[in-house]
Design a protein around this ligand. Structure first.
Ligand SMILES: C[S@@+](CC[C@H](N)C(=O)[O-])C[C@H]1O[C@@H](n2cnc3c(N)ncnc32)[C@H](O)[C@@H]1O
Length: 259
């Protein structure tokens, strides 16, 4: 727990520049919320707020968001980011996703992007069920362990897939949901993105630990793996200036139904 928070403290300033922000999950959420005029939401594990800016851009009027993260540096960055985008309808709370200091039966929507694998899943889902209103939704955007194995890092960076044991598969979510009152998995949406980069950029991302998985390597192991990664890429792709691959993500659309 301590290591992961040190990682996010260090990376907070640069995080959003190192990761790609995709608009598709935002459009999906927007569509599911289109019947609501006033929306009280919370983003758990919000980081520097790159997805919150998009939520505000797309949902617009009547939307208020509580941005929650355990990491103070991330919340500071979020505050600055949202203000720079002239967004004022938000508050931040520094807390763990496992115990939410939020009112019961209050929220119209909860979202979490790329963060759920850092939470205690059962505690987080129980808290989500408590704070959501009846018939409201929790959207979990993440990547499965198997999706992680198929991306450029899982395929070519030695041990990346084996080290990243925190990501889960659909059955783990389904089993955990069964232990939580009132939450049902209404649907699952799959996202596939075509990516293009040069090797230099991929090396920069890895060196800056754009995925916290890299923090699970010792220094020596990381350097050796990075060298092998570069050799793997060069031998697999003809042109290291034009590396093309697919990233995959998943969205769980979960509804609170009291009966
Ligand atoms: C990979 S980042 C994703 C940030 C943001 N959602 C995004 O996609 O840009 C994960 C975030 O979850 C936060 N986090 C990790 N464990 C947490 C916990 N137990 N409770 C709340 N936030 C947590 C980290 O501080 C970090 O900001």
């Amino acid at each position: 727990m301590k290591e992961i928070h040190q990682h996010f403290s260090k990376i907070a300033q640069e995080y959003e520049d190192l990761r790609t922000t995709d608009i598709e999950p935002i459009l999906y959420i927007k569509k599911k919320l289109e019947n609501l005029t006033k929306i009280k939401g919370a983003d758990i594990g919000c980081g520097g707020g790159r997805y919150d800016i998009e939520l505000f851009n797309h949902i617009g009027n009547g939307f208020h968001l509580i941005c929650i993260d355990y990491n103070e540096n991330m919340l500071r960055k979020l505050d600055k980011n949202l203000r720079e985008h002239n967004i004022k309808e938000f508050n931040t709370i520094r807390t763990s996703a496992n115990i939410l200091p939020l009112a019961t039966n209050y929220f119209d929507v909860l979202v979490t992007f790329n963060a759920v694998h850092h939470f205690n899943l059962l505690d987080f889902l129980k808290e989500s069920s408590r704070v959501l209103r009846n018939n409201s939704r929790l959207f979990i955007y993440t990547r499965l362990r198997s999706q992680n194995q198929r991306n450029i890092w899982g395929k070519f960076f030695p041990n990346f897939h084996n080290k990243e044991k925190r990501l889960f598969e659909i059955n783990k979510l389904e089993e955990t949901l069964k232990k939580v009152h009132y939450l049902i998995l209404e649907s699952i949406e799959y996202f596939t993105y075509k990516r293009k980069a040069n090797l230099e950029w991929l090396v920069t991302q890895a060196r800056k630990h754009h995925y916290s998985t890299f923090g699970l390597y010792s220094k020596k192991e990381f350097e050796e793996s990075l060298k092998k990664f570069q050799l793997n890429i060069i031998s697999h792709f003809k042109n290291p200036d034009k590396i093309i691959w697919k990233d995959e993500n998943i969205m769980f659309n979960i509804k609170k139904c009291e009966g």
